[in-house]
Design a protein around this ligand. Structure first.
Ligand SMILES: [Zn+2]
Length: 276
């Protein structure tokens, strides 16, 4: 025991509990503490190491669209419980209230640097961006509307894959979205896919990886099953950087890696080139 006993601190100053929630965010990559406002102003990118955090769908649309040009479509669609999956309806209601979204994708029309286009932006905060029948239906409608209006379709993916609670109806969305994209391609119209962290499962295996141009954000994870599952199944060590955007670029799955700050400009350039 020491000579002096430690005094007990009984100050009434600020404590950990009195600190407002969500004021600071710790970067998962470099550990830097970032003020939430700074993070928002920097488009949810760490100013220290450029780590790209998840970006809410509406914030993404604001980043990409010409100001005031976005018009949302089919916003009222939300999932029922076709398979009577236990507590699915409760979970959907809770997420609708919490996220102010009706499902994991926001669709609509907008212009990017003056070029009219249709867009679908997935939102990971709603049910981990899983694809159920509403996500598939909204994306399909956005593609079909793009074909009708003879403009491009852009899909920004961020997903854990097909939604288990809707079983086969979820898996069916893979074929449905791809069939709509095939018709869009037959009409000679472009599709740009933007993959963000993480793009996995049935979304990777359907529309996310079949763009005429496939873009991705730096270091985002792109894969079908996660690395742990792949390792356990194949009993092999995985190469360094496995399933990152950089690895995919090196192996030819994607065409370019685009920093979020440059995304709008890049999409504008591509649209002008693809639909002069
Ligand atoms: Zn960082």
């Amino acid at each position: 025991m020491g000579i002096f006993s430690k005094p007990k601190l009984k100050g009434k100053g600020p404590t950990r509990d009195s600190m407002p929630d969500h004021l600071w965010t710790k970067c998962t990559d470099c550990g830097e503490l970032i003020h939430t406002l700074d993070l928002q102003q920097n488009h949810q990118v760490c100013p220290e190491c450029n780590h790209h955090f998840l970006m809410p769908s509406r914030e993404r649309i604001q980043l990409i669209a010409d100001p005031g040009s976005f018009e949302e479509t089919h916003a009222g669609l939300f999932s029922k419980n076709p398979l009577n999956f236990d507590k699915y309806e409760e979970k959907i209601s809770m997420l609708r209230e919490k996220t102010d979204l009706n499902d994991a994708v926001v669709t609509g029309s907008l212009t990017i640097e003056g070029k009219p286009t249709m867009i679908a932006v997935m939102d990971f905060k709603f049910f981990a961006g899983s694809m159920g029948s509403v996500v598939g239906e909204k994306i399909t409608r956005a593609i079909e509307e793009a074909t009708e209006q003879k403009c491009a379709i852009i899909i920004v993916s961020s997903s854990s894959g097909a939604r288990m609670q809707e079983g086969l109806l979820s898996l069916m969305q893979m074929a449905k979205t791809c069939a709509a994209l095939a018709k869009h391609a037959d009409a000679g119209l472009p599709y740009i896919s933007v993959m963000t962290h993480p793009t996995t499962g049935g979304v990777t295996a359907s529309y996310a990886t079949i763009g005429d141009i496939n873009l991705a954000e730096p270091k985002c994870m792109i894969g079908f099953a996660g690395p742990r599952v792949v390792k356990e199944t194949t009993h092999q060590d995985l190469p360094p950087g496995f399933q990152t955007a950089e690895f995919m670029l090196e192996h030819g799955l994607i065409d370019d890696i685009v920093h979020r700050r440059k995304l709008r400009n890049k999409l504008g350039q591509l649209l002008k080139y693809l639909l002069p």
